[in-house]
Design a protein around this ligand. Structure first.
Ligand code: G3I
Ligand code: 9MR
Length: 570
C-alpha cells in the first residue's frame, strides 16, 4: 500500500475510532449505562442486562474483533421506578457462543468487556473463599499465600481478660485463631458460627467445590478440600468459645473499635465478653453440622464437634432466654437478638439429622413458618432457614407431614421471591435496602437455590443467576461488589487492613455491604451520591461503614451462591 492509501486509512480509522474510545473511557457507576454482570455469563445460562436507554432500540453483542454476533431489541421491563432511572432490558440468552464480548446500543457507547464461558464464576468463587483466609488472625499471612497482602502475626488472643458479663472475673483466657468479623478486628461467636454454617451447606451439597489445592492456603495439598481447611480455621476458634458449662461467650473484643491501623499495630487489650443463648445455639448448630462434614476426613475432630454441640444444646435447655446486650464500657458490634426461635430451629435440625434423637423434632414442628424471608440483619432471622435446608438435604426418617410442610414453606417463599423479582427494576428480590443489603439479595438466592434443588424448576435457577448478576454489576450503582472482581469493583472498603496497608488495591475477595438507604454513617463522614434513590445509596468510601464495610455473613452466602451456580448451570 502506498503512502496515500496509508493516510486515507488512518483518516477512516480516526473517524470510526472515537465511538470505541469513548467506550473505553466510560465509567460504569458514574456514567456507565450498561448494567451487566461484569464477570460474565454461562453459555447455557440466562443472559440479561439493564441499560439506561430507550426501549425499542437495537442492542448488539460484539466480539473482540468488533463483529456483531447477536442483535436484539431493548424491551420495557417491570414498571417499578424504585431506582429513579429510566431503564430498558437486553436479553441475549439465545446467544450461546463463548469468548470476550461487549454490549452496544445504537448511538451509545459500549459496555466494558465481559466473558461468556463455562465455569465463568470459578475465579470469583475461589476468591470469595480465599477472602476468609485473608481475615485469619493469630497467624502471619505469608507472601507465598497472601502475595502483596502478606502481614505479620497479629492478635494472638492468648492473654484475654474477662469482662464480668462473661460470668468470670479473674485470670487470663486463651482463644486464639478464627477470622476477623469484618472491617473491625473483633470476633463474634454468633456471626462466625452462622457464616460457617452457610458454607458447610455448600460443602455438604457439593463436596467437590474447592478441592484440595484450589486456594493456595497454608493447608493446600494436605489431601483435604481447601474449603474444609478454611472452615476448620474458624471452627477450631469457635470451640475455644465454649465455657465449661456448655454455654458460649458472645465475643472477643476491644472495648471500642480500633483505629485504621494494620492488625499487628492494633494492640489494645482484648476481652472475653458476654455469654448468651443466640451465640450458644448457633454454635450448637454449626458443630452438629461439622460433625457430619468432617466425619470421614477427620473423625477425632468431628467427634469433638458433636460433644460440643450437645453440651451447647443442654446449656440452652437450662438458659433458653439469655439476651446479649453490650455491657457498660463496651461499644463494639453487638449482634443483639431477642428472638431465639430461628437459632433453635437451626440447632435442633442439625442435631436431629446428626443423631436422630426424637427430642429435637418438636422444636422444628413448633414453628409455623419454617422458611422465612425478611430484609436487614440476616444474622437475626436467617439461621432457621439453614436448618430447614439441611433437613431437606437429609429427609430420611422425617415424618411425612413435617416434610411436606417444610417443602411447601420453601416453595411458597421462593415463589413470592420470583414475583418480587418480576416487579422490581433490576429484577432483584429486595425493595428496601438495609445495612448489608447485598446479603439480603444473596439470602434470597439461597432460598431459590434450595427450591431448585427440591423440584428442578428452572425459573428458580435463573433467578439465582439474576441475583448473582445484580451482585456483579447489574444494579443501580454500576459496581461489581466483590473486591478485585469485575470492571468497576469497590476500591475503598471499610476494612482496616485495606485502609492502612498502603497498597492501592483492597484485599481481594471481600463483598461490600451494598446500598443502604438508612445511611447511618453520614455523621461519620460518608458522602452518598446526590439525589440517590434507595438502591443507589452506596458510597465507595472508607468512611462508609454502613454501605462499604465487608463482613463474614455477607461473603458466606456469596460463596454458597457461586458454588451452587458453578455446580448447577451446565
Ligand atoms: O430495622 C431498623 C429499621 O426499622 C429502621 O428504619 C432503620 C433505620 O434506622 O434501621 C433498622 O435497623 C438497622 C439494622 O441494622 C437492620 O438492618 C440498624 O439501624 C443498624 O444499626 C443495624 O446495623 C447492624 C450494624 O452492625 C450496627 O449494629 C448490621 O445489621 C450488622 O450487620 C453490623 O454488624 C457489624 C458488627 O456490629 C461489627 N463488625 C462489622 C459488622 C458489619 O458492619
Ligand atoms: O469501624 C466500625 C465498623 O467496623 C463497625 O461495623 C461499625 C458498626 O457500628 O462501626 C464502625 O465504627 C464507627 C463507629 O460506630 C462510629 N464512629 C466512627 C467509627 C468508624 O470510623
Amino acid at each position: 500500500m502506498n503512502t496515500k492509501w496509508h493516510l486515507l486509512w488512518a483518516l477512516v480509522i480516526y473517524v470510526i475510532q472515537p465511538q470505541f474510545a469513548c467506550a473505553q473511557s466510560a465509567e460504569p457507576g458514574e456514567t456507565g449505562r450498561f448494567r451487566i454482570n461484569q464477570i460474565g455469563y454461562y453459555p447455557k445460562g440466562e443472559k440479561k442486562a439493564v441499560i439506561l436507554a430507550n426501549p425499542g432500540q437495537k442492542f448488539s453483542v460484539i466480539d473482540e474483533s468488533q463483529r456483531v454476533v447477536f442483535q436484539g431489541n431493548l424491551s420495557t421491563g417491570p414498571m417499578s421506578r424504585l431506582s429513579g432511572e429510566k431503564l430498558s432490558y437486553a436479553d441475549f440468552t439465545d446467544f450461546t457462543g463463548s469468548g470476550t464480548f461487549r454490549l452496544s446500543v445504537e448511538d451509545l457507547d459500549y459496555s466494558a468487556p465481559f466473558q461468556i464461558a463455562g465455569e465463568v464464576f470459578e475465579p470469583a468463587l475461589k476468591a470469595a473463599v480465599k477472602g476468609f483466609y485473608y481475615l485469619r488472625m493469630s497467624t502471619p499471612l505469608l507472601a507465598q499465600n497472601a502475595g502483596q497482602w502478606s502481614r505479620p502475626m497479629a492478635h494472638p488472643d492468648t492473654a484475654l481478660l474477662f469482662d464480668p458479663s462473661s460470668g468470670h472475673h479473674e485470670g487470663f483466657y486463651s482463644s486464639p485463631g478464627g477470622w476477623y468479623d469484618a472491617g473491625d478486628y473483633n470476633k463474634y461467636t454468633l456471626n462466625g458460627a452462622f457464616s460457617v454454617g452457610i458454607m458447610l451447606a455448600l460443602a455438604e451439597e457439593y463436596p467437590r467445590a474447592l478441592p484440595d489445592g484450589s486456594l493456595n492456603i497454608p493447608e493446600s495439598n494436605n489431601g483435604e478440600s481447601d474449603l474444609l481447611d478454611e472452615l476448620r480455621y474458624e471452627l477450631q476458634w469457635l470451640l475455644t468459645m465454649q465455657d465449661a458449662d456448655g454455654g458460649c461467650f458472645h465475643k472477643i473484643t476491644t472495648k471500642k473499635f480500633e483505629g485504621f491501623v494494620m492488625p499487628h499495630q492494633a494492640l489494645n487489650q482484648r476481652y472475653v465478653v458476654g455469654k448468651g443463648t443466640a451465640a450458644t445455639l448457633n454454635f450448637a448448630a454449626c458443630m452438629a453440622q461439622a460433625y457430619r462434614v468432617y466425619q470421614s476426613v477427620n473423625p477425632d475432630f468431628a467427634a469433638h464437634c458433636l460433644v460440643a454441640a450437645r453440651n451447647a444444646w443442654d446449656w440452652d435447655r437450662r438458659h433458653p432466654d439469655v439476651v446479649f446486650r453490650n455491657p457498660a464500657g463496651i461499644s463494639t458490634g453487638e449482634y443483639g437478638d431477642r428472638d431465639f426461635t430461628d437459632e433453635r430451629q437451626w440447632a435442633a435440625a442439625e442435631l436431629w439429622i446428626t443423631t436422630h434423637d426424637p427430642q429435637f423434632l418438636a422444636y422444628i414442628e413448633a414453628r409455623k413458618t419454617p422458611i422465612e424471608f425478611r430484609v436487614g440483619s440476616n444474622w437475626q432471622w436467617f439461621a432457621g432457614n439453614l436448618g430447614i435446608f439441611s433437613l431437606l438435604r437429609h429427609p430420611g426418617g422425617l415424618p411425612e407431614s413435617l416434610r411436606s410442610k417444610l417443602e411447601h414453606s420453601l416453595t411458597r417463599v421462593a415463589d413470592d421471591l420470583l414475583l418480587s423479582m418480576d416487579s422490581l427494576d433490576y429484577r432483584q428480590p429486595v425493595r428496601t435496602f438495609h445495612w448489608g443489603s447485598n446479603s439480603d439479595e444473596l439470602d434470597a438466592a439461597m432460598i431459590l437455590a434450595q427450591a431448585y434443588r427440591l423440584n428442578g424448576n428452572k425459573s428458580y435457577l435463573d433467578a439465582v443467576g439474576e441475583i448473582n448478576d445484580y451482585i456483579f454489576g447489574k444494579n443501580a450503582t454500576g459496581y461489581s461488589f466483590l473486591t478485585g472482581y469485575g470492571s468497576h469493583p469497590p476500591m475503598h472498603i471499610h476494612h482496616r487492613q485495606s485502609g492502612s496497608d498502603s497498597i492501592k488495591d483492597p484485599v481481594p475477595g471481600l463483598l461490600a455491604g451494598g446500598p443502604n438507604q438508612f445511611k447511618q454513617d453520614v455523621r461519620s463522614g460518608a458522602v452518598y451520591p446526590d439525589k440517590a434513590s434507595p438502591m443507589q445509596c452506596y458510597a465507595d468510601q472508607q468512611a462508609s461503614y454502613a454501605s462499604n464495610e465487608i463482613c463474614l455473613n455477607w461473603n458466606a452466602p456469596l460463596v454458597y451462591v457461586l458454588g451452587f451456580l458453578e455446580a448447577s448451570v451446565r
